[in-house]
Design a binder for this molecule. Structure first.
Ligand SMILES: Cc1ncc(COP(=O)(O)O)c(C=O)c1O
Length: 383
């Protein structure tokens, strides 16, 4: 049977990983500046994470959400502590799309309203509501099309105010990435997030912070939205949450009451996923990865700004996008094929860096050296 051919693949078969390195089946080593798409938060096959999952496997891997699973409460308590969202409630699911789907449904249930405000170039996932709130018609199937989503330009406070003035009594929620990832690393400004907060308060709508990619310590705060100094009503999380073990969730503000049956899932919150997520938070705490992400990101961004051929650098912490001059359009391919470095991309020409938050300074230095070598190779200037 063939695999359903939906992914344009690099012809490289990865079979082993450790820290910020991966190896192909022939034993060739690669430096991973992509983190499997911002998923590897504490490093590939981190020993504490492996041990926690192994121990959990021997105890119990799965039972349904019809009984008390104490490890879920442990995870909720540690998340409250590490995220600083003290009295928030936790609903667990399995992926980023599912987290946003539940966040959007909850906003609609809670307010009794239908309209959602989302932003141009946003990406929120591929399930029905999440994809409808994603600004990419090519991945929206006809059955997902709806008039309930209003797309506005990011960081345009006047447009947002105007929208609330005209339709405020119909808006259930505003969903926004703290730093747009798939779009190519564009930050929501502090003033814009503060306006979302106050307009949602005035009009009884919920502020949904999509933290699937920019959250979980990556930006130098636990949630990238925290840089603006205001709290959201719902934070969606996934990617870095399990360091590769599938898990997602939403943090829900204390003023939003639950009701039996309003949300639910079979696999969400299973003990194995909770063990993986606990290991991630423990390592984030023990290794101070929130401030590490901030410091290493600052160093990397400053070095990129001084690199020949680099036009623009954007981002925060270890969520970085940069664009090269036209002559270096092939740099990602050269980095991968000739210098064995994985990076991410955003169409048409943004290179995304989403490495493990535990990446060493030596590996950051190694990346910069290889980038410079790739630039010299393309421009044919001798080193
Ligand atoms: C901001 C954001 N939200 C949601 C998602 C969807 O997450 P998943 O692929 O786990 O469904 C992504 C995935 O890239 C994302 O970047």
């Amino acid at each position: 049977m063939s695999l359903f051919n939906v992914y344009p693949l690099n012809p490289i078969a990865i079979t082993k990983a450790s820290g910020s390195r991966v190896w192909d089946e022939k034993g060739q080593e690669y430096l991973d500046m992509y983190g499997g798409h911002a998923v590897i938060s504490i490093g590939h096959t981190n020993p504490h994470w492996v041990k926690r999952i192994e121990d959990q496997l021997h105890a119990i891997a799965f039972y349904s959400n019809s009984v008390i699973l104490p490890i879920q409460t442990q995870l909720a308590d540690l998340l409250n502590e590490v995220s600083g969202k003290k009295d928030y409630q936790l609903f667990l699911c399995n992926s980023g799309a599912e987290a946003n789907e539940n966040a959007l449904k909850l906003a609609s249930f809670h307010t009794g309203r239908k309209k959602i405000v989302a932003f141009k170039k946003s990406f929120h996932g591929r399930t029905s509501l999440a994809v409808a709130a994603t600004d990419n018609p090519s991945i929206v199937a006809p059955v997902n099309e709806t008039n309930n989503i209003i797309f506005l330009p990011l960081n345009d406070i006047a447009a947002l105010e105007n929208c609330f003035k005209e339709q405020g009594d119909q808006i259930a929620g505003v969903i926004v990435e703290g730093i747009q990832g798939v779009a190519g690393i564009y930050e929501a400004s502090d003033a814009f997030l503060q306006s979302i907060r106050s307009l949602c308060d005035t009009h009884g709508a919920l502020y949904i912070a999509d933290s699937v990619q920019c959250g979980y310590a990556r930006s130098g705060q636990f949630f990238a939205h925290d840089h603006a100094g205001v709290h959201a009503d719902i934070y969606s999380m996934a990617k870095g949450m399990g360091n590769g073990f599938p898990i997602g969730g939403i943090l829900i503000a204390p003023h939003i009451p639950p009701k039996f049956g309003m949300l639910g899932t079979t696999f969400g919150g299973n003990p194995l996923a909770c063990a993986a997520a606990l290991a991630v938070l423990e390592v984030i705490q023990q290794e101070n990865l929130i401030s590490a992400a901030e410091e290493k990101g600052k160093y990397l961004m400053e070095a990129l700004q001084q690199t020949k051929g680099v036009k623009v650098v954007r981002g925060r912490g270890l969520m970085i996008g940069f664009e090269m001059e036209e002559a270096f359009a092939d740099i990602r391919k050269v980095l991968l094929n000739d210098f064995k470095v994985f990076t991410g991309e955003a169409k048409p020409n943004v290179i995304r860096l989403l490495p493990s938050l535990a990446i060493s300074m030596e590996d950051i230095q190694l990346f910069l050296e290889r980038l410079n070598q790739a630039i010299h190779q393309i421009s044919k200037t001798p080193l």
